[in-house]
Design a binder for this molecule. Sequence first.
Ligand code: ME8
Length: 480
Amino acid sequence: METQKKFYLTTPIFYPNAKLHMGHAYTTTVSDCIVRYHRDVLKEKTYFLTGSDENTQKMVDAAVRAGKEPLVFLDEIVGKFSALFRELNISYDQFIRTTDQQQHWPGAQVLWKKLVEAGDIYKKEYEGLYCVGHEAFVTEKDLVDGKCPDHGVEPQFLKEENYFFKLSRYTAEIRRRIETDELQVVPASRKGEILSFLNEGLQDVSFSRPRKSEWPATLGVPVPGDDSQVMYVWCDALSNYITALGYGQENDALYREFWPGMHVIGKDILRFHAAIWPGMLLSAGVPLPKTLLVHGFITSGGKKMSKSLGNVIDPEELLAEYGTDAVRYYLLRHVSPFEDGDITHEAFKDAYNAGLANGLGNLASRIMQLAQTHLEKGTRPEPIALPAGYAEAFDAFEIQRAADFVWDEIQFLDRKITETAPFKVIKTDVEAGKELIFKLTQDLYRVARLLSPFMPETAEKIKTAVIENKKPENLFLRKE
Ligand code: ME8
């Protein structure tokens, strides 16, 4: 018997210093769509990981601003993360928290020890500029007018004794793996970007920080053998992708089953994932991930969303007004997974009315109205081969093209109803009319199958309607 194919996908783990916004909703929804394609359409065995990146100064700062104990603040925010993910119907298998001392810390420490064994960790006095927004050291040339252009704040000057990781050793090997697509970086423009970054050669990175007295003891993974230091947050955070699977622990069945997998990330964290992470894995003798899918940023009206511009679009507001599948539809069909994408209330409403109210919703009710009136019973068609265009698009992570494929089918069926006019045929030839309608219900069911990674609930509703031979509830009412 052919063994079932395995597929492992991770989202970035999110900083719990504020609630999640549209960009976070995007990264997670794209991830969910890809996983659902592998699990529900290709019938592979999948594992889907998300989580939160908790051992950070910015979380502690946010807690202080909110007047709350860091750990209380943390639990509240992380509770909101899972609430949003439920609303978006994100089918993750595990939510990892980097403060989890059972699931995360032991594996992170085993990985650290591997780097030590490889001779890649050394101690050094270091001074530099630290941007809390990035949770990374920055250099003068990264700054504009003395401030970090991404976060608009001056970095802190730090002088510390830290452990360093000899990342520089791995430049050539990382380059080779990316060039040959052993570590596939998608899209090609991001591959080019990281290769030219690697051309400059990688610097060693500071990999630990002195433990801060104001941090609770449960925050920050202790450096093995030196409790005065905690792991640098990116070293700690990146390791989540394998600690969640049990790497370095007694029960590492998931790790053996699913690693290596793919990571979905935003363009802002490419260097961490395509330089530091592979460097750590090479040092530790762990296989590299197969793929990094690097998406762009979501803007609103062409501008970065910001409270002062008043263009912030809150995923919760959209979910409350339009529902889960409408939000998923917009993000998956109208935002490119490779470039920056835009969302405004106007564009959302137009897309909703065209693609869902007039498109999919209208088609499903037209067909099922005919079926309910003229057929005696429902049907559950046998699966047929996956259309090549759809599978190719998904395999290349061209999510929009895969969605377009489904909407092309919807248009095709709309035309088919008009052209074959079963409602007329049935008046003169009952059997021929019924046959046309029956075929349409089968086609509709097949559309629902292809739709399921994008809009799982709607796909189920449509399938049920076909099986039970009844009109689905008003799927998407037009919005004026
Ligand atoms: O970077 N548009 O966490 P984070 C699209 N904890 N995607 C966006 C976005 C936007 N405007 N803003 C954020 C971190 N994202 C680290 C990751 S992983 C080991 C550690 C997405 O909460 C994008 O994918 O700041 C980004 O990489 C991710 O959210 C995490 O953002």
